[in-house]
Ligand binder design. Structure first.
Ligand SMILES: Cc1cc2nc3c(=O)[nH]c(=O)nc-3n(C[C@H](O)[C@H](O)[C@H](O)COP(=O)(O)O)c2cc1C
Length: 188
């Protein structure tokens, strides 16, 4: 009997998912698009996706960045000074279906990695809701603003900057409460 009930519950959940077409509680199809070098932004992106029922898309450059911190900062600085648009791999499938796009990256040289500009210039965000987020060693600087300014035809909700002194996504579970409060504040 217990097993029949479990199967029935499972079938009902699957049916409910089908009806929702994977939309969140606000009935909006949502995706979290993010760039991450060491894993901090990945951790936060995955947490936002889990909390909001969103899909995810990782922005990955065709050319890999150095794995050591100092050399990476040098490449990033040169790209910023050149106002470069590093090529990115792949694309979001059926982008038109999304109503809400969380867009996140680390702060690099007071703004975002230049690959974020490549990404932001690759899609039409008109009529969509864009919600910026970032991770940083000390603070957001111009990063959240840069994402907003690059999507002038979108609606925006206040972003968040998750500050951490660690790399590789370590210790970020301690910041989940901050993310929860922010998501609640912006209606999720
Ligand atoms: C190239 C580079 C530049 C950075 N510039 C800044 C900065 O200007 N301000 C800041 O607070 N943190 C800066 N950081 C630190 C990162 O923003 C921070 O460690 C971030 O959480 C890393 O995210 P990730 O693990 O997703 O790559 C920089 C890191 C790198 C690698």
């Amino acid at each position: 009997m217990k097993r029949i009930l479990t199967i029935a519950t499972l079938l009902l959940s699957i049916a409910a998912c089908g009806q929702n077409n994977n939309k969140n509680m606000n009935n909006q199809k949502t995706i979290v698009a993010y760039f991450s070098w060491s894993g901090n932004t990945t951790e936060i992106a995955n947490y936002i996706a889990a909390k909001t029922g969103a899909d995810t898309f990782e922005i990955v450059t065709e050319k890999e960045y150095p794995t050591e911190y100092q050399p990476c900062t040098e490449v990033a600085k040169a790209e910023k000074e050149a106002n470069a648009r590093p090529a990115i791999k792949g694309a979001i499938e059926n982008f038109e279906q999304y109503d809400v796009i969380f867009i996140g990256c680390p702060v690099w040289w007071y703004t975002g990695p230049m690959a974020m500009m490549t990404f932001l210039e690759s899609y039409n965000f008109e009529g969509k809701t864009v919600i910026p987020f970032c991770t940083a060693y000390s603070g957001p600087s111009q990063t959240l603003k840069a994402i907003v300014e690059a999507t002038p035809k979108s609606e925006h909700k206040d972003g968040i900057c998750v500050v951490t002194k660690e790399l590789g996504g370590k210790g970020l579970d301690k910041k989940h409460g901050e993310v929860d409060a922010w998501l609640k504040k912006i209606g999720f």
